[in-house]
Design a protein. Sequence first.
Length: 223
Amino acid sequence: MVDKIAHNAPVLVIGLGRFGAATAGQLQRLDREVLAVDEDLGLVQKWSERVTHAVQTDARSIDALRQIGAEDFSIAVVAVGSSIEASVLITANLVDLKIPQIWAKAISRSHGKILNRIGANHVIYPEAEAGERVAHLVSGRMLDFIEFDDDFAIVKMYPPKPIRGLPLSESQVRRKYRITVVGVKSPGKDFTYATPETVISNRDLVIVSGNSEDIEKFATLAT
């Protein structure tokens, strides 16, 4: 039986490029203990005061990883992406060290496939995911877009005209447009859960969920 990983478990972040540095920095802001690793001494020095620990070492060497205590971590992020060979070797080292949860950055689907096959639990495609997100946002009415598996998405957006000024039960959003209004934010107020009685104004923001294609169609309704 696999032991459950604590929600505040320390995290090993390998690679302090833009993605790795952003990950390490956000983890630190969330009060997570972070050990950041990079070959570049300049990057290590830059981040030494921003994360719990920063170490210069070559993570392609399993012995180097052992020396910094990598096997004591239950979560590791391989943020190296510029060199597929290095990314694969580092991930393989972490698998050999039996780290339970390995997140690895991939720069292509074939790269990601290799990472999955050698044992990465989660493969991230930051450039591709950012590009897909921007493509949805450029329509102008969406303010944020998160897509999950099977084309299911959650979106923050301005409400199209057909659903304004009526309770949701009367605008029949789910039946007509096959999307669900999850939450509403009025100016100066926090987001609240939507109910059948919720009336949406043209100054509100809404959180909607549903199939990505249905949401795209919903976002293009007359404004």
